[in-house]
Design a protein around this ligand. Structure first.
Ligand SMILES: [Zn+2]
Length: 235
């Protein structure tokens, strides 16, 4: 294990717990329901095939709501860390909101996609999208009416896994923030990081399912724990 002073390269994984304090609801924290919908009704490719209007309306509402939310002290602290950290840093997020970016972070990787993108299934181009998709607007790139939310649904492969594992291989420190440790492949990152020699830290509201795998764990609100940790790192 590497000493604290030797830490140059950091990989941070964030999950729902970071956005929860900004008022963003997630289904995994609510007993399988997301805004009163079952996951299998709104967050799978089969659901989209079966009832595209339901799925598009659901994401249209979430996309609209997310634009009314603001970054909290955890997002802002991670933005300061990104700006002030001279070594390598990768902020891998399972969150599909843009609160890390609005909190000042630049080195962000959205492994589960982004609310504010639309993905054209005809030409494969992703476009920034802040409006609705229910009316089947034309793709800005090819003109086809084949846009879907650019969000990784259950049963689909998370994005940019090669980049994530490449960053984990170089990491001296892996920090998991606000994530339950229940959803793979993200839940496996701590084991990979350990195997590759990184120190590991969990910051979460409560012990996650994988908490025993971390060298250190601190439990409490992200808006409390994350600014404290960032001050230590930049101190
Ligand atoms: Zn297109």
């Amino acid at each position: 294990m590497r000493a604290m002073a030797e830490i140059r390269n950091i990989v941070i994984l964030t999950g729902a717990g970071v956005s929860a304090e900004s008022g963003i609801d997630t289904f995994r924290d609510a007993g399988g329901l997301w805004e009163q919908h079952r996951v299998e009704d709104v967050a799978t490719p089969e659901a989209f095939e079966r009832d595209p209007d339901l799925v598009l309306r659901f994401y249209d509402q979430r996309r609209e709501a997310v634009q009314t939310k603001v970054p909290n002290d955890a997002h802002l602290a991670l933005g300061r860390l990104d700006a002030g950290w001279n070594g390598k840093l990768l902020l891998v997020t399972q969150n599909i909101d843009d609160l890390h970016e609005r909190g000042g972070a630049r080195r962000v990787l959205h492994m589960h996609g982004e609310h504010l993108n639309a993905w054209c299934t005809s030409c494969d181009v992703r476009s920034r999208w802040t409006g609705t998709l229910i009316e089947r607007p034309a793709c800005p790139a090819c003109g086809d009416h084949a846009l879907r939310p650019d969000v990784v649904w259950f049963g689909e492969m998370p994005y940019r896994m090669d980049e994530i594992y490449s960053a984990l291989r170089e990491a001296d420190l892996f920090v998991s923030i606000g994530t339950s440790g229940a959803v793979y492949p993200a839940a496996g990152f701590v084991q990979s990081a350990r195997d590759l020699g990184a120190r590991t830290l969990e910051l979460n509201l409560e012990p996650s399912q994988g908490t025993a795998l971390f060298d250190k764990a601190r439990h409490g609100r992200a808006t409390q724990l994350v600014p404290e940790w960032v001050e230590q790192m930049l101190g």
